[in-house]
Structures are given as structure tokens and as C-alpha cells.
Design a protein around this ligand. Sequence first.
Ligand SMILES: [Fe+2]
Ligand SMILES: [Fe+2]
Length: 317
Amino acid sequence: MSAVVVMQTPESDQAARYARVVASSKKSEWQIDRDLLQGRTFDFSRKFLPDALSQVDHLDFLTEEEARLLSQIQGRTYAYIFGLVERFISAKMLDQGRAHIFDDQLALEALVRFANDEIKHQELFRRMEAMIGSRLPAGYRQVANPNDVARAVLAASNWSVLALTCHIELFVQSHYAESIAPREELCPLFRDVFKFHWRDESRHVVLDELEWRSEDAKLSGVQRDQAVNDLIALVAAVDGILQAQSASDSDYFIRNVVRPFSLDESTRIKASVLSAYRWQYIISGVQHPQFARLLASMTTPTQMSQIQAALAPIVDG
Ligand SMILES: [Fe+2]
Ligand SMILES: [Fe+2]
């Protein structure tokens, strides 16, 4: 008897991908206290965020202690920003899951698990904020409210929110794999938080791509034009938050260092923190090879150059 060749249709390939994500999600379930925190606290004698992300090594006039404090402040903001974006990501994935309620039950389960992961991550980041906040001086400020940001983001077209989400979840992975994992000198608990986070996010990007592509297939040319405009506006809004948070974090740092900085040094600190935040939350995502490929495959060359033109002032600083 001749072998039966099963042709994978795009639909069955999609179903298989959702199924694999569900299986992997079940296998790697973890709890905040039992598996990650295990009663540990953050080690303030070490840096939190690595230099490759914080860029504190660009400020050659800082002492070791000052550089460490700036890395810890940026590490606190790093957790805050993820908690902030995960508010809209979990809400969006609940909506995406709802769209599957009468079809593929594994797609529904994959997206419900995705939303559930982000709810857990938000709890983790809130607890992290309280733990770090109890050890750092008073006066740190979060410039944006997660619900306000989520309401504004979710008002944009589905395609643009899925694109922004995919971009975020891809840079989460490269930050951990390329910059956090290799640095053994960082605070061990800080590294572990982002190791557990990275594991979940590596499943999320599979779903981001599936959901983004299926949304893309539904759009007309005019709708995609609008979606591209929305994506540009979302990135500009993210940049607005980064400008305000970097200014707040720089002032907080400068206030809490014993010696006074010169005007030139203060200016350099502010510029460097803004450039680090733009690298962390925008540039490392849009330059991620997989994101660049996906975006190019779902846009026309004209739309791509529109996006590039909008990004130029951020990328060039
Ligand atoms: Fe997350
Ligand atoms: Fe995620």
C-alpha cells in the first residue's frame, strides 16, 4: 500500500500552531511565589538592567555606585512599562479569543491562556514595583496610567494594536536572550523575573503573528492605509510616554545622587536615558528582523516608507 501523504492546508497548519502553543503553555505553567520569587528579594548591591539596555556605560563620568543606581531606576521603569502595556495586551487577547468561541477551541484556549499569562505578569510587575519601591528613595513617579493608555490604544484599529503587540513581544525576547541572560553579574532575581517572562512571551509571539496575519487578510487597501496611520500614531504615543518617563527618571536620579552634577552632565544624563528608553521600547522592536519581515510582508513599499519616515526622528535621536 502506498504511503498516504497528508497535505497541510494553511488552516490545518494554523490549527497545529495553536495546538502546539496550548501544549507548551500547559507544560511550562509557573507560579509567582512557588517557582519564581521563592521568598527572595532584589539585591541592591548589583545592577538590575544590563548596560546594553540602560546605556549607563555611555555616561563615563558616573561612579560605579551612581551607574548602579541609574540601572536600578531604569529596571524599575522596565517592570512598570511592561505592566502598563500588558493591560492593553491582555484586553486585546480576550477580544481575539472571543472571536474564536465557535470555531477552533484550541485557538480559543491559546488566547485565553495568553490573556491569563499577561494578567499574571501584571501582578508580578506590581509586586516587583512595591518591592523595589520600598528600598529606593521616595519621589519616583510613573507618568502614565495603564487604564488610560489601554483605553486609548484599544480605540485604534485591530491591525495596528496587533502589530504593536507583536513588536513588543519580539523585543522582550531579544532583550532577555541577548542582553539579560548573558550578564551573570546582574541581580539574580531581576534576571529570573525576565527569564520567566521571556518563556511566556516566546509563545505569545507565535499567536501575535497568527492573529495579526488573519486580521491583515480581512483588510481592504483603504483600511490598511488607516491601520498604518494608526500604528504610526501608537508609536508616537509610546514615544510621548518615554519622553515624560525618561525626564522624570533622570530628575529623580539627579536628586538622589549626593554630589551635584554640572549642567552639561545633567543634560547628558537626560539625553542618555531618553535614548535608552527609545532603544528599549521602540528601536529594538522595529529593527527586530522578524518584526521587520512581518511588517514588510503586510504593507506596501509606500506604507513602509511612511512608517520609516515617522520613525526617523526617534531612531536618529
Ligand atoms: Fe508579559
Ligand atoms: Fe506577552
